[in-house]
Design a protein around this ligand. Structure first.
Ligand code: BYC
Length: 474
C-alpha cells in the first residue's frame, strides 16, 4: 500500500479508517516531538539535513532523498506488505495461519518483547545526542542524523503496535518509552548497552557496527513472529537498519585506513608515535572493539533460557532466517553449551535446542561480525603491517548468561579476578585512551573536509560527491 502523506501521521496501514487509533497516535505525536526536542540531537534542529525518507515500502520509494529539517522529518508507520498466505514458520503451531490479532495467552509476553525492542530505539538517540558537535565531516554529521531519525521512526513502529493491539496498557507502555532515559539512575533504559555513554565517534562507529547488528538479528527473529503485524513491521525496519551498520563498518574502516596512512608515513606502528600524528593507534581500536562487542553480546539474553524456549514453542520469536533450518520444531535436538565448571575450567552442558535459541542467534551474529574484521585485516595486511584485529571470545567480559561474573582473557581462558584486573588496561579502553580519543573530537564543518583521524569515504550518499553540503548549518 502507498504511504499516505496527506495525513498528519504518514502511514501505509490505512490509519484514517481507524479513528480511535488515529486519535491515540495523534495524542502521542506531540509527546514524541517534545521528547525529540529535549532528548534528541542537541542543536542542529534548524539545519537542513540531506535525509532519506520513505515514500513507499517498495524498492522504488523507500529511499527518497532531500534536504529536511529534522523536526519536520515525516515519522510514520510503514509495514511491509501483507502476505495473505503466510503461515506460522516454527514451534508447536507450525503450519497454522499467522495471527492478525494478539492471542490472549501471549499478550503479556508479546507486549514485553515489543516494549524491549521499542525501548532501544529512543535510547540510542539519547546516547548519541551530543555527537553532532564533534562530527569529523558534514558527511558523517548527516549519517548520524539519518540514523537518529530512523531510530525515531523505529520507535513509532513499536508504538503503533502498542497502541493498535494492546489497548490501554499498550498506550501506557508507549508513554513510558518516552519516560525512561539512557543512563538515568532512577529510570534507565531496559537493556544494559543502551545505558552506556557514546561520547566520541569511535564509540559511535563501534555501536553502529556491533549494537545495531544486534538490532538486525533481533529484528530478523521478530520478523519470523506469528504475530503478523509485528513480523511485517520488523521486515521494513530491517531495510533501514542496513544503513546503520554500513555507517559502522565504513566508519571503523576509515579510521583504520587513516591510521595505516600515518603508520606508513612514519614507518612505525608504535602507538605513541601514531598518536603524536593525531591518528588512533590500532591497539586502541581493538580495545574499543572488545568493549562494544562484549557489551552487545549480552543483548542476546542468557545462553540457556526458558524464556527463549517458550517464545519458540509458542511461535512468538523465531531464529533469524528460520527458513534456512530443516527442522522448524527443534523438539528433539540438543545444543552443546560451554559453561564455566566452577573450578577455573570449562564444562559442556547438553541443552534442549529450544532453550539454546538465544545462543543460536548469538552465534549467527558473531559470524556476521567477522565479515568486517576480515575486511579491515585485509587492509592492514595490504599496508604491510602484521597487526590483526580480532573478536574476543564470547566468554570475555560478560554480564548476562553462564559466563557472567567469570573472568576470562580475550581468548576466553578463565583467569583469576586479579589477572583480569592486571590485564584490563591492555584489553579495554583506559581513561587515557578515552581522553586521547576525546581530544581528537573537534568538529569539521567545511564542505568536503575531514578530521585528521579518519579517511574520507570512498563515495558520497545517493551518488552525491563527498564534497557536498550534506548538512546546511543554520
Ligand atoms: N540487559 O531468559 P533471558 C536494536 C534479562 S537492539 C538487561 O535470556 P530473554 C537497536 C531479561 O530481560 C535489539 N537485562 O531473557 C540497536 C530477563 O529478565 P526477567 C533490541 C537483560 O527474554 C541499536 C532475564 O535477564 N531488541 O534494535 O530470553 C540502535 C533473563 O534473561 C539483558 C530486542 O532485544 C540485558 N542485556 O532475552 C537502536 C528484542 N539480557 O524476565 C536499536 C526483544 C537479558 O528475568 N527482546 N536480560 O525479568 C528480547 O527478545 C529479549 O528480551 C532479550 C532477552 C533477547 C533481550
Amino acid at each position: 500500500m502507498a504511504i499516505d502523506y496527506q495525513e498528519r501521521i504518514p502511514n501505509n496501514v490505512d490509519l484514517g479508517s481507524n479513528r480511535t487509533l488515529q486519535r491515540a497516535l495523534e495524542h502521542w505525536q506531540p509527546e514524541f516531538l517534545k521528547w525529540w526536542q529535549g532528548m534528541g540531537p542537541t542543536d542542529f534542529q534548524a539545519s537542513d539535513v540531506y535525509l532519506r525518507t520513505a515514500t513507499s515500502v517498495d524498492a522504488k520509494g523507500w529511499a527518497t532523498y532531500g534536504h529536511v529539517r529534522m523536526p519536520e522529518y515525516r515519522w510514520g508507520i510503514f509495514l511491509a506488505d501483507r502476505d495473505p498466505n503466510r503461515k506460522i514458520g516454527f514451534g508447536d503451531e507450525f503450519g497454522k495461519d499467522v495471527w492478525q490479532q494478539v492471542p490472549g495467552e501471549h499478550r503479556s509476553v508479546l507486549r514485553r518483547l515489543i516494549v524491549t525492542q521499542g525501548d532501544t530505539e529512543p535510547a540510542s538517540v539519547e546516547q548519541q545526542r551530543l555527537l553532532g558537535h564533534t562530527a569529523p565531516s558534514l558527511y558523517d554529521l548527516r549519517n548520524l542524523f539519518q540514523v537518529n531519525v530512523e531510530e525515531g521512526r523505529h520507535l513509532w513502529a513499536m508504538v503503533y503496535l502498542l497502541h493498535g493491539y494492546f489497548g490501554r496498557d499498550g498506550r501506557e507502555e508507549a508513554e513510558q518509552l518516552l519516560g525512561r532515559h539512557s543512563g538515568s539512575i532512577d529510570n534507565p533504559r531496559i537493556l544494559g548497552t543502551f545505558n552506556e555513554p557514546i561520547s566520541d565517534w569511535l564509540s559511535f562507529f563501534m555501536f553502529t557496527y556491533f549494537t545495531d547488528r544486534d538490532g538486525k538479528f533481533q529484528l530478523k527473529s521478530l520478523a519470523e513472529s506469528s504475530f503478523d503485524p509485528l513480523a511485517r513491521t520488523c521486515q521494513f525496519m530491517l531495510t533501514e537498519e542496513a544503513h546503520h551498520m554500513f555507517v559502522g563498518e565504513t566508519g571503523i574502516g576509515r579510521v583504520v585506513k587513516r591510521t595505516l596512512e600515518v603508520m606508513q608515513e612514519i614507518g612505525s606502528d608504535d602507538p605513541e608515535a601514531v598518536r603524536k600524528m593525531g591518528a588512533i593507534d590500532l591497539p586502541t581500536v581493538q580495545r574499543y572493539l572488545n568493549f562494544w562487542f562484549s557489551s552487545s553480546l549480552d543483548l542476546f539474553g542468557a545462553d540457556s533460557s526458558s524464556n527463549a524456549a517458550s517464545y519458540f514453542a509458542n511461535g512468538i520469536k523465531g531464529r533469524p532466517d528460520e527458513a534456512q533450518y530443516e527442522d522448524h520444531l527443534a523438539e528433539a535436538q540438543t545444543y552443546e553449551l560451554e559453561i564455566p565448571d566452577g573450578k577455573g575450567g570449562v564444562a559442556v552442558e547438553s541443552l534442549p535446542m529450544r532453550n539454546a535459541m538465544n545462543e543460536v542467534t548469538r552465534q549467527a551474529y558473531v559470524r556476521d561480525c567477522e565479515v568486517g574484521i576480515t575486511r579491515w585485516n585485509r587492509t592492514i595486511a595490504k599496508a604491510g603491517f602484521s597487526f590483526s584485529l580480532q573478536l574476543p571470545s564470547t566468554r570475555f567480559r560478560r554480564s548476562i548468561g553462564s559466563w557472567a561474573g567469570t573472568p576470562t582473557d580475550p581468548a576466553g581462558t578463565p583467569i583469576s579476578a586479579e589477572a583480569f584486573e592486571a590485564g584490563r588496561a591492555q584489553w579495554l579502553p583506559t581513561e587515557t585512551d578515552r581522553a586521547y580519543v576525546q581530544s581528537l573530537m573537534q568538529p569539521v564543518t567545511e564542505i568536503g573536509k575531514m578530521a585528521g583521524w579518519i579517511a574520507p569515504p570512498d563515495r558520497g550518499i545517493n551518488s552525491q560527491p563527498v564534497p557536498y553540503e550534506y548538512v546546511r548549518l543554520a
